[in-house]
Design a protein around this ligand. Sequence first.
Ligand code: HEC
Length: 198
Amino acid sequence: MRDLLMLGTVLAVLVVGGCRQTAEPNEPAWKVLAEGGMSPAQAAQRDAALAAREAMFTELKGRLMEVIGAEGPSAAIAVCAKEAPQIAADTAREHAVSIGRTSFRLRNPKNAPPQWATQLVADRVDKPTYLSDGRTLAVLLPIRLEAQCLMCHGVKEAIPSVVGDAIAKHYPEDQATGFGEGDLRGWFWIEVPAANRR
Ligand code: HEC
């Protein structure tokens, strides 16, 4: 009898799991949501994600422009290296979310995408994308390159040599140059936990 049960289980696993790549047993199953198909709770999570992105973007840009103005762009690289992760951590705490930036061409390898975003990043999805695992809302929001980003992310000729040197020193594995204005540069990713914690 136990053998039969065991056989049944093995068969069920083969039938159910055989035709697709099975996820790790404890990996949550993320599903892409249509924006129109969100529940009111998910829409509230989306709004929380957008607010966190706005706060982090404003803070980052403000600090960047401040330091470039006061100390020059090569100093801004060092500041960015230290402050960008700190700004992300502060925003996460204040907004009760997880947040970061990622790209298909990274400057900092620590900005690799979370697991749920890996395929979307590889596909270079260029519109806001929302996913749910049944509780958490995960959000991927494209970032496009603007004129003021070129001195650090543009083509070689657009990057002053002091900046290039500072990048090489802090980010020996840098891949984040060669972008033009309007190009997809990367994404903000945000994870918003379910609001009704019980
Ligand atoms: C003063 C130079 C500088 C400027 C200007 C600048 N960046 Fe960056 N950027 C950096 C540095 C340094 C990092 C790595 C930060 C880190 O260690 O997390 C970075 C990282 C990023 C990342 C995270 C992914 C990765 O490659 O690690 C994105 C996305 C990004 N920048 C987009 C932009 C955009 C968009 C602009 C313009 C609004 C911009 N940057 C302007 C220096 C700059």
